[in-house]
Design a protein around this ligand. Structure first.
Ligand SMILES: Cc1ncc(COP(=O)(O)O)c(C=O)c1O
Length: 404
């Protein structure tokens, strides 16, 4: 064996040994260094700097069937018609789905009174938000968001190498004046989740109109209406009319929240012809599966069921708000299917202590890294809501283990 060959094998062995240890936490401190050293493929620096999305927890150690109030899923389940449609579609999964989601788009257009050609469907609204950001922003561009807003935005913005410009919130919602003041020549997109996740607050339509009027025409305004179905306030609009008037507005919606189809992954977007054309050029052709399309058609057509869910959700959201307030906690006024509540900063009554206590008793809520004094709690069923309040009352009384 030649010396050169022996040397090459030696180097390979060392390199593999490094790969073997690379998953130990110590070595993960130096991922870039290790990859450089090993000659492995190297991702963009901005991807390597990313911290992955942290979903709401689903498990509580030692509790068999915890009550999951951490991901804003609907406690009331999907329309029975949607469930039947999923079952009926099973035999058809041998075929690729309709790449253009024709029936689903027709149903959405019909129910909402929209132009079908302005709609595109996606694997949850998260996919559509990502497609918009990738299509309109890149390295050197700026994307403005509210500092406290949906935690996926910073990841999606950084993933395309663009610069995130977080603007401090005002009264727990996006600050229109702050956003307008942050616009520069580099601004490509403004994303506003209305209502806001994780605060639950909303901007009245007049504020969104003011925001749009103040933006240069080349800036894309993305209105994320993931919680639009939950809103009962009279001065709210999700943005359909503005989309029809303006070329620089896109509205995203989801079937994951009040339609209770989070596990299917289906969302939709309404935008001008130019934006829809851009997205349709490169989205995955079969992005919405057969069962998703079939179920979402039934769900959106079953508005009677949705209306029941809306009123039940609003009733229990307001009940939770009143009960938590009566306990002495500050609750942000919510127009969503969750409430976000502040806890004292002194131990033993902090948000993280309450979170640990609730988890121990089988209730999983959402801790918020951007609002560490708060917990976000999804509206549950009547039994779940009453159980939750009973626990929090006991916790705040300082006699948590007496709570039932
Ligand atoms: C504000 C907001 N936008 C978008 C999404 C994405 O929802 P999905 O991808 O399930 O449609 C969520 C999910 O929690 C959300 O809270």
């Amino acid at each position: 064996m030649s010396i050169a060959l022996k040397l090459t094998r030696k180097i390979r062995k060392v390199s593999f040994a490094f790969r073997g240890v690379a998953h130990y936490p110590f070595f993960q401190c130096f991922p870039v260094f290790l990859e450089d050293f090993m000659g492995a493929p190297k991702a963009h620096d901005w991807i390597l700097d990313l911290k992955a999305y942290v979903p709401g927890k689903a498990k509580a150690e030692g509790v068999r069937n915890p009550v999951k109030l951490s991901a804003n899923e609907s406690a009331f389940g999907p329309s029975p018609k949607a469930v039947e449609a999923i079952k009926a579609s099973a035999a058809g999964v041998v075929r690729y789905p309709d790449p253009a989601s024709h029936d689903l788009i027709a149903a959405i257009a019909d129910v909402h009174g929209l132009k079908a050609e302005g709609i595109v469907c996606g694997t949850g609204s998260g996919e559509l938000l990502g497609l918009l950001i990738q299509s309109y922003a890149g390295p050197g561009d700026e994307v403005i968001v509210a500092e406290v807003s949906f935690s996926l935005y910073p990841i999606q913005v950084q993933a395309v190498g663009a610069t995130l410009v977080p603007v401090p919130n005002k009264n727990w919602v996006a600050d229109v004046d702050g956003i307008l003041a942050a616009v520069t020549d580099k601004t490509k997109i403004v994303v506003v989740d209305n209502p806001n996740n994780p605060t639950g607050g909303y901007l009245p339509w007049s504020e969104i109109e003011r925001l749009h009027a103040g933006l240069p025409e080349h800036v894309l305004l993305v209105l994320d209406g993931a919680y639009a179905e939950c809103v009962t306030a009279g001065d709210f609009e999700a943005g359909e009319e503005l989309v029809e008037k303006a070329e620089n507005v896109a509205m995203t919606r989801t079937f994951s929240k009040l339609y209770a189809l989070a596990g299917l992954r289906v969302g939709w977007m309404y935008a001008s012809a130019g934006i829809i054309d851009v997205i349709n050029r490169w989205r995955l052709p079969f992005n919405v599966s057969n069962p998703c399309q079939a179920a979402a058609v039934e769900a959106v057509r079953d508005q009677a069921y949705l209306n029941e869910v809306v009123s039940f959700t609003a009733q229990w959201r307001d009940w939770l708000t009143a009960e938590l307030t009566a306990i002495g906690l500050d609750v942000i006024r919510s127009q969503t299917n969750f409430v976000t509540v502040a806890f004292p900063s002194e131990s033993p009554f902090t948000a993280s202590e309450c979170n640990a206590y609730l988890t121990k008793h089988g209730y999983i809520v959402r801790a918020l890294s951007v609002m560490p004094d708060h917990l976000r709690i999804t509206v549950g069923t009547e039994t779940q809501n009453r159980g939750l309040i009973s626990l929090i009352r006991g916790f705040m009384n300082g006699s948590p283990d007496e709570a039932n």
